[in-house]
Ligand binder design. Structure first.
Ligand code: FE2
Length: 347
């Protein structure tokens, strides 16, 4: 089913009856979703997914029928999940959601190659999105009392993903993810030509700042690449490159922006006006999506911006808990940032 906003597939009981044994079996063969062999084999393993699911994902990838793709109804036993971790550092091994993580990884691998950032969550590929004590009012995905401002994922970076994907394990207070897609926009309210001009700047977001990373990975080569990345991030903070906010087809543009990390001071007047009008149009057309346990959403990072409303964290083990993946259709585009052709970590 597809409407303007969402390409949606609801998994049936029959689908789950096929998926459960397959995922349980795969979960026995690996220790963690961070096993590089699992990510490497994922595109091959994904071929065992139900054919109608593969066709559904392929249609989203190549036809762009919508900017959001939702697969709902994956079986999740919340009692078996146990408490929501208090920090993403505590979630990697013995994951109670490992079969669901594998499902999420396989679906993502139909759309492209999953990858991680050396500067984010200690270089993991699958991230946890959960409230962290002390981050409540900081502009980062682990905040809570403060809303997460809407943005293109990793808008500042030339290697940003084509998709950012979320899988919901728990969301007891029905905290809304907010989304606005290009098809929602009335482009007559926007100066499209100005937004295609390379007159704008976007600075790195807080999740990539050195203070949110551990000091050493224990690998000198990786540490050297990371040190270079952090120097670049400092440079992009102080002197960001000029770039366009729109690209691609002028009648239905791709976009990339992160207003919380943008400073219009010094831009041409027309660019400043175009940016303000685009922000206003996006905010007028913003919609809420409540993810429920077992929902996977694949957000087209070229055609949608996303954020999250504020909420009161519980810190009692029952907090909202999502998994997140970044997906690229051009892994070789980041080769200068990775240690090997089959490395999935951009440093
Ligand atoms: Fe995000």
């Amino acid at each position: 089913m597809t409407d303007n906003a969402t390409h949606h597939l609801a998994l049936t009981a029959e689908d789950n009856a096929v998926l459960s044994p397959m995922l349980t079996d795969l979960a026995k063969r690996y220790d963690t979703v961070e096993d590089s062999e699992l990510a490497r084999r994922a595109p091959v393993l994904a071929r065992a997914l139900p054919v109608h699911l593969l066709e559904f994902l392929e249609e989203f990838r190549i036809g762009e029928p919508a900017a959001l793709c939702v697969i709902s109804g994956l079986a999740v036993d919340e009692a078996q999940l146990g408490p929501t971790p208090t920090h993403w550092r505590d979630s990697q091994f013995d994951s109670p959601a490992f079969p669901q993580e594998i499902f999420f990884l396989l679906c993502a691998s139909v759309l492209g190659d999953v990858f991680g950032w050396g500067t984010q969550q200690d270089g993991r590929i699958m991230h946890d999105v959960l409230p962290i004590r002390g981050h409540e009012n900081y502009e980062i995905g682990s905040n809570s009392l403060q809303p997460l401002s809407w943005h293109t994922e990793d808008a500042f970076h030339p290697c940003r993903g084509d998709y950012v994907a979320l899988m919901c394990l728990k969301n007891p207070d029905e905290v809304a993810t907010i989304v606005c897609t290009v098809p929602d926009l009335d482009l007559t309210n926007v100066d499209v030509d100005a937004l295609f001009e390379p007159e704008f700047t976007v600075m790195p977001d807080n999740s990539h700042q050195p203070q949110n990373a551990r000091e050493s990975t224990g690998d000198a080569g990786v540490d050297a690449l990371r040190a270079r990345s952090f120097r670049l991030i400092e440079l992009w903070n102080s002197n960001p490159d000029k770039r366009a906010l729109f690209f691609g087809d002028r009648s239905s543009p791709y976009l990339s922006l992160d207003p919380y990390h943008m400073d219009p001071t010094g831009w041409p007047q027309r660019s400043q006006r175009a940016f303000a009008a685009l922000v206003a149009e996006i905010e007028a057309k913003m919609t809420s999506v409540v993810l429920r346990p077992g929902d996977c959403v694949f957000i087209d990072n070229f055609r949608a911006v996303h954020g999250r409303k504020s909420f009161t964290p519980r810190y009692d083990g029952s907090d909202r808990w999502l998994k997140r993946l970044n997906i690229t259709r051009n892994i070789r585009g980041s080769r200068a940032w990775r240690t090997a052709p089959d490395s999935r970590i951009i440093h």
